[in-house]
Design a protein around this ligand. Structure first.
Ligand code: GLN
Length: 264
């Protein structure tokens, strides 16, 4: 009888252990990705030319890179479009294989995810309307209403501007609309996306002086070294062969081509 109790207790312990482990975040290692046959990219498809929608599909520099990573691993690529500010937490909890969203490397983000090597350099710029007379340099932003995309480095930067009121939008394209309609006096946004916004909105201009220098990288769950190594190997190949530059050139008019996200 005692033996039976012991056996039952042992089985129960294993069942509980299984439940506990099952509840923990799963790690999309290279083995798991190959087993599933797919790589899941988390992004926010409203950041041209890095990601945008074109003909109902998500396209962009990051998508071109992700396709290469998937091809190198011999699996198919699945893209999930989600709010930018949710990407880090999603990757942390094992939803999706990696985040690729023109994401700037920051010390704060490094506490929650691991970053690949840097694959692009960028700057933050200030956009204003062509009738703006008071904002001539970034120092003139004090006490102004600034439009940003929630959870971005622009958000962090603008939040530190003395006396400024921050209006947060789901994406930079909406922030640009708010600037056009006079709801905000300035928008802080990444370089290439600012080019796209300016090309589609002739009434907006950019201040010459940039606010910050940043580098973009792909993020994975902390400690997911097999996937990080695979991503870095593909990125190194793409950087050295000039492919990333080619992707940049090919996607630069993304917004103008997009039928879903017209700005203007
Ligand atoms: N590079 C900026 C950041 O990482 C914006 C990225 C984005 O909006 N997709 O915060």
């Amino acid at each position: 009888m005692k033996k039976l109790f012991r056996a039952i207790a042992l089985v129960l312990t294993f069942v509980m252990l299984g439940i506990l482990l099952g509840g923990c975040a799963t790690t999309p290692t290279v083995d798991k990705i190959k087993e599933d046959g797919k790589l899941v990219m988390l992004t926010n498809a409203a950041f041209p030319p890095y990601e945008y929608t074109s003909g109902g599909e998500v396209a962009g520099i990051d998508v071109d890179i992700a396709k290469e990573i998937a091809a190198d691993l011999g699996v198919k690529l699945e893209i999930q479009d989600m709010p930018f500010e949710g990407i880090i937490n999603a990757i942390k909890s094992g939803k999706g294989s990696f985040g690729a969203a023109g994401m700037s490397i920051t010390e704060d983000r490094k506490k929650n995810v691991d970053f690949s090597i840097e694959y692009a350099q960028s700057k933050l710029f200030v956009l204003v309307t062509d009738t703006e007379t008071e904002i001539k340099t970034p120092d003139d932003l004090n006490d102004m209403t600034i439009g940003v995309q929630t959870g971005t480095t622009s958000d962090t930067y603008a939040t530190d501007v003395e006396g400024a009121q921050i209006s947060r939008y789901g994406n930079f394209l909406d922030a640009a609309q708010a600037l056009k309609s006079g709801k905000v006096r300035a928008v802080v946004v990444d370089e290439l996306t600012s080019n796209e916004i300016l090309a589609a909105n002739p009434e907006l201009v950019r201040l010459d002086e940039p606010l910050a220098d940043e580098g973009y990288a792909i993020c994975v769950q902390k400690g997911n070294t097999t996937l990080l190594d695979a991503i870095n190997a593909t990125l190194t190949r793409l950087i050295e062969s000039g492919k990333i530059q080619e992707f940049m050139d090919n996607n630069v008019t993304g917004l103008a081509e997009s039928s879903e996200e017209p700005v203007g």
